[in-house]
Design a binder for this molecule. Structure first.
Ligand SMILES: [Zn+2]
Length: 587
C-alpha cells in the first residue's frame, strides 16, 4: 500500500470531530453535522471555528485556517505529514506501513527521535526497579510517592554507568541522532558518547498526544542543577509544552478548570489528591503558547505556585500572560507556606480541594501584594498600589469588565474611585488592542447560485447526473461563482464524489472561504423547504438556462443596435435573422 492509499484508508476510519474534540471543546449545532468552538490557532472570544462531520473538514473564519484531519493534527502538534499520520494511526490502532523514502527526512528524523525517547523511558523505568534503582526508590518512599503513582507517571532512574548510551549503541543508532536526541553527550576527548542524565530521578515529559518527547531529571545527590531538563530538540520546544497536559485535558474539560503548578512533584501530588486537571510549565516561565493549550480545554485557571518570593514573582508574571489570553484566573496561596505537594501530604486531599475552591480572584491576590508593598496609610501609597495593579487591569480585554475591576479595586484599596478612573483613563489611551482579522464569510451571491452550490455540497449524488448539463450551460462563465461550480462539478464528474479539502485547495482563497461559508451557514434552503433535491436542481437549471438566454438576447439586441448605428444594415439583418433562428430552436 502506498502512503497515499494508506492516507485514504486512515482518513476513512478516523472521525475528525472526535480527533479535534480531544484538543478543543466543540459544540454541536442543532441537528446538523456541524460543530463550533473557539479556534485553537488564533485568540478569540466568540467561536468562529467550524468542524463538519459529513465532509470531514474544519474551517476558521477568524484566521482562515482550514483543512482535513491531517492538516489539523499537523498544525496543532507542530508535526510533519508523516508524523501526523503515524499519530492518528496509532491512536486508532491501525497498523502503519513502514516509512517510505517519499516522506521528508525531517519527518522521518522526528519519528526516530520519538522512538529513542520511548526506548529511554523504558530503560529508565527498568533501572528504577533494578538494584541500581535503590537510592531512587528510597527517595520516592521518603517523599511518600507510592509505586502505583510512580508507574502512572512512568518515573524512572538514570544511574551513572552510562547504560542508556550502551542500549542505543547496541541497537545501532546513528551517532548524529544520538547527539540530536539530547539524551547523550559527545565526549570532549576521545571518541564516544555518555548519558546526559546521571544519577537522577527521571520524569518523562509528554506532548499533548501522550508521546514522550523529553525528560526532566531531579538529582539525588548534590549535583547542580537540582532539576536538569532535556535541551530543545526537533521534537521538544520548551515554550510549547505543558507537563501532564495529556493526562489533564479530560479532567479540565469536565470541570472547566486547570490547576497550574510549578514542578513535576507538585503535578504528581495534586493528581494524587484527585485533581487530575493539573499541569506545570516545566523549566520555563509560562508562555502564551502554553496558555493557549490550557485555553483549549478550560476557561478558568487556578495558579498554585510555591509560596516563596520566587513563586510569587512567577505568579505575577503568569497572571499577565493568562490575562492576555482572556482566561479567568484565581490564585491559590496555601496556608503554612507549603507548596502543593507538601500541602497535600500534610493536610490531605480534602483540605487541598477546599483551598482550591476558595481561591480568590487574581486581582485580590495582586491587591494583597500591593498592600504589603506600599504604605497603605497614605493616599500617595494607595495610589502607588493602584498603579502597580493597573497593567493587569488593562490587560482585561472587555471594557465593562475593566471598569468593574477598577471600581472593585478602588474600594479594596480605599482610593477615591474618581481619582482612580482618571488615572485609568490617562493610561488607557496607550492601550492598543490587537485588531481581529476580518474575513467576510458570505460574499454576496445571487440566491440561485447559492442554492446550486449547496445542492452540490449536500446532495452530490443527485447532482452527479447533471454535471455535463451544468458544465455545458452557455451562461456558466458569467456566474459569480463559476470557478467554484466548475471545480466542484469536474471533481464530481471525475470521481463520483466530492472531497471537500481537495476542492478547497483547488480554489483561490476568496473562493475557498466563500465555499466554506456556504457550507457552514444555514442550509435551510436546500434541506428543509425542499423534500425533493432533484426537482429543486431541475428548477435551478431551468432558471439558469432562462437567464442565460435572456443575457444572450440582450447582447444580440445590443449588437443589432450597434450595426444599425454604424449604418451596416446587412449585418443588422443577419443578426436579427440569427436571433429568430435561435428562438425557434429553443422552443
Ligand atoms: Zn482561527
Amino acid at each position: 500500500m502506498s502512503s497515499f492509499e494508506f492516507k485514504d484508508t486512515l482518513k476513512n476510519s478516523v472521525d475528525i470531530v472526535r480527533v479535534i474534540g480531544d484538543y478543543i471543546r466543540l459544540q454541536k449545532l442543532g441537528g446538523s453535522a456541524r460543530y463550533r468552538g473557539l479556534c485553537p490557532f488564533h485568540n478569540e472570544k466568540t467561536p468562529s471555528f467550524y468542524v463538519h462531520a459529513d465532509r470531514q473538514f474544519f474551517k476558521c473564519f477568524g484566521c482562515a485556517k482550514g483543512g482535513d484531519v491531517f492538516s489539523f493534527v499537523m498544525e496543532i502538534e507542530g508535526l510533519g505529514f508523516f508524523e501526523a499520520m503515524k499519530l492518528l494511526a496509532e491512536k486508532n490502532g491501525i497498523a502503519m506501513p513502514a516509512p517510505k523514502p517519499d516522506f521528508d527526512p525531517a519527518s522521518r528524523k522526528k519519528v526516530s527521535l520519538q522512538d529513542l525517547h520511548e526506548i529511554a523511558a523504558k530503560h529508565f523505568r527498568e533501572v528504577l526497579y533494578s538494584d541500581a534503582g535503590e537510592p531512587a526508590r528510597a527517595y520516592l518512599k521518603q517523599r511518600g510517592l507510592g509505586q502505583k503513582l510512580a508507574e502512572e507517571f512512568c518515573l524512572g532512574f538514570s544511574d551513572s554507568t552510562g547504560g542508556l548510551t550502551r542500549v542505543f549503541q547496541r541497537q545501532g543508532v546513528e551517532e548524529a541522532l544520538l547527539e540530536e536526541s539530547g539524551l547523550c553527550l559527545r565526549r570532549n576527548e576521545g571518541n564516544g558518547f555518555f548519558d546526559r542524565f546521571r544519577n537522577r530521578l527521571m520524569f518523562p515529559i509528554w506532548n499533548e498526544s501522550g508521546k514522550v518527547i523529553a525528560f526532566g531529571g531531579r538529582t539525588l545527590g548534590e549535583d547542580q542543577p537540582k532539576y536538569l531538563n532535556s535541551p530543545e530538540t526537533p521534537i521538544y520546544r520548551k515554550s510549547h509544552v505543558l507537563y501532564n497536559l495529556h493526562h489533564a485535558r479530560e479532567g479540565a474539560r469536565k470541570s472547566g478548570r486547570m490547576v497550574l503548578v510549578e514542578g513535576y512533584m507538585d503535578v504528581i501530588g495534586v493528581h494524587a489528591a484527585g485533581v487530575k486537571e493539573v499541569v506545570a510549565s516545566c523549566g520555563t516561565a509560562l508562555t502564551s503558547q502554553q496558555v493557549r493549550s490550557i485555553k483549549r480545554h478550560a476557561d478558568r485557571v487556578v495558579v498554585n505556585f510555591d509560596p516563596d518570593n520566587a513563586g510569587a514573582n512567577a505568579t505575577e508574571r503568569s497572571i499577565q500572560i493568562l490575562l492576555e489570553e482572556s482566561l479567568q484566573i484565581r490564585v491559590c496561596s496555601l496556608p503554612g507556606g507549603l507548596d502543593p505537594d507538601a500541602y497535600v501530604k500534610t493536610n490531605g486531599a480534602e483540605a487541598y480541594l477546599k483551598e482550591l475552591e476558595r481561591s480568590p480572584g487574581y486581582f485580590h491576590w495582586l491587591a494583597e501584594r500591593a498592600r504589603s508593598r506600599f504604605d497603605m496609610r497614605s493616599a500617595e501609597g494607595r495610589m502607588e498600589a493602584f498603579r502597580f495593579l493597573l497593567p493587569a487591569i488593562q490587560k482585561l480585554p472587555d471594557k465593562l469588565e475593566r471598569l468593574a475591576v477598577v471600581n472593585d479595586m478602588a474600594s479594596y484599596l480605599r482610593v477615591e474611585p474618581g481619582e482612580m478612573l482618571d488615572q485609568f483613563r490617562k493610561s488607557a489611551g496607550d492601550r492598543s488592542m490587537p485588531k481581529a482579522i476580518e474575513v467576510k464569510p458570505d460574499r454576496h451571491l445571487p440566491d440561485l447560485e447559492r442554492v446550486l452550490i449547496r445542492l452540490i455540497l449536500h446532495h452530490p449524488d443527485v447532482v452527479s447526473g447533471y454535471c455535463d448539463t451544468i458544465l455545458g450551460l452557455e451562461g456558466l462563465a458569467a456566474l459569480k461563482s463559476h470557478k467554484i461550480l466548475e471545480a466542484a462539478l469536474q471533481m464530481l464528474e471525475a470521481d463520483g464524489s466530492l472531497d471537500f479539502p481537495a476542492l478547497q485547495s483547488k480554489l483561490s482563497e476568496a473562493d475557498a472561504n466563500l465555499l466554506a461559508a456556504l457550507f457552514s451557514s444555514d442550509t435551510e434552503d436546500v434541506e428543509r423547504t425542499h423534500d425533493d433535491p432533484a426537482a429543486q436542481l431541475r428548477a435551478c437549471l431551468e432558471k439558469l438556462a432562462h437567464d442565460s438566454r435572456e443575457l444572450q438576447r440582450k447582447e444580440m439586441r445590443q449588437q443589432v443596435r450597434e450595426a444599425e448605428l454604424r449604418g451596416d444594415i446587412g449585418e443588422a439583418m443577419r443578426l436579427m435573422e440569427l436571433e429568430r433562428k435561435l428562438e425557434r430552436t429553443r422552443r
